[in-house]
Every structure is written in structure tokens, then in C-alpha cells.
Design a protein around this ligand. Structure first.
Ligand code: SF4
Length: 205
């Protein structure tokens, strides 16, 4: 589990957000293990420094995923300008509003990035006929991953993880920019309650 997620879970201890975020964190951890294994087994890698997919993509995410991103933006001091920019500019068209071309890591919320960002170019997906395949990312022109893979044994797919994600949260999906703004507004109220009257609470201002 990333250090940022551990910190956020500790801060929300005792709230219903803690249980929901813990389940999401466990799913992300499972995906981290599976995608690492999958990429290693099939020699799949992105070219160093590549972030082209994020330049063309404002992902659809669930409200639960957005709550983790929003909590990160609200509670990590250095990230507050990103949230202010989301409020100010809206940014519903690609590139992803959390993508930073100048940053070598590119993703400004990497530790809490949503599920699709963890799986894109790193997992198999199901075709319309239900066959698991892996296809090279269309932005990869450097041949750092196989063009096409099929499998003779069951593999985890983008769809299977999407179902697992949706089973944690029945509120549907929306664009990252809209979802994160909405969840930040909801969390701000909770944070103000958690931070009041307790000098030992790290959320206290
Ligand atoms: S959240 Fe991060 S990884 Fe996901 S699309 Fe945006 S910049 Fe890319």
C-alpha cells in the first residue's frame, strides 16, 4: 500500500469513509501485484517517461475512487493548487487535468491514481466474444510491449477488475474532473468536523 494511502486511511479512521477507502486500497494493492506479475511474465513495459495516454484521456472514475483522490488533494498541502485548478477551470476535456507534462512522473496523484490508470497497458481485456487478449497501447511506437497476446489459461482482465470496483460502489461513474470536485466538497465538510476540538487530530488546522 502506498504511504499516501496509509496516511489517508489513518486520518479517516473511525468514519465510514475509512472502511470504503480500505476496501478500495485492498483492490488497488491486489492490482499492483497482478499487473507487476503480468508485465514481468509477458515483457510488457511503457517507454521511459511516456505519459501519452494521459494526454488523450480524462478518465471516468467512481465516486469512491474520486473520494480518495479528493482526500489526497485536500490533505496533502503541496497538492492543494491542483484542486483549486480543478474548481477554477472545470477541465472536462482531455488531457487528464491531473497530468503534468513537466513532471517526470507525469501523474500528480500517482499514489492514489484510479483503477483504469493502473490497468491501462498493463492488463488483458475481454473481446466482444469473451476472449482475453492483450493489445499494445496504440500510443506505444517504440515496441516496448508485444503487439498482441492471447492466453491459454485464465487471466485477470480490465473488465474483471472493473466489476470488482463497481461492487464496492453503486453510485456510477463520471469524469474524473467532475467526480473529484463533487467529492472534495463532501469531504471538506467532514474534515472540518474531524478537525474541530481535537488538538491531537492531524486534520485540525
Ligand atoms: S489520474 Fe494520473 S494516471 Fe490517471 S489519467 Fe490522470 S494523469 Fe494519467
Amino acid at each position: 500500500m502506498s504511504q499516501a494511502i496509509s496516511r489517508l486511511l489513518a486520518l479517516f479512521e473511525g468514519t465510514h469513509h475509512h472502511q470504503d477507502m480500505s476496501q478500495l486500497a485492498a483492490l488497488y494493492e491486489e492490482i499492483e501485484g497482478e499487473t507487476t506479475r503480468f508485465k514481468g511474465e509477458f515483457s510488457i513495459a511503457c517507454p521511459p517517461g511516456c505519459g501519452t495516454c494521459c494526454e488523450h484521456f480524462n478518465p471516468d472514475i467512481t465516486a469512491l475512487e474520486a473520494s480518495l483522490v479528493a482526500a489526497y488533494l485536500l490533505l496533502e498541502e503541496s497538492k492543494r493548487p491542483l484542486l483549486e485548478r480543478l474548481y477554477r477551470e472545470g477541465v472536462d476535456e482531455g488531457p487528464c487535468p491531473l497530468y503534468d507534462k513537466e513532471n517526470p512522473c507525469h501523474c500528480t496523484v500517482y499514489e492514489v491514481r484510479p483503477l483504469i490508470c493502473r490497468l491501462f497497458g498493463a492488463a488483458a481485456s475481454l473481446t466482444k466474444s469473451g476472449e482475453a487478449v492483450f493489445r499494445q497501447c496504440k500510443y506505444n511506437t517504440e515496441g516496448t510491449m508485444p503487439a498482441l497476446l492471447t492466453f491459454d489459461k485464465p487471466v485477470a482482465t480490465l473488465q474483471s477488475y472493473s466489476y470488482a470496483l463497481r461492487s464496492l460502489d453503486g453510485r456510477g461513474v463520471d469524469l474524473l474532473s467532475s467526480q473529484v470536485r463533487m467529492m472534495a466538497e463532501q469531504l471538506q465538510f467532514l474534515i472540518s468536523l474531524l478537525g474541530s476540538g481535537d488538538d491531537d487530530n492531524p486534520l485540525a488546522s
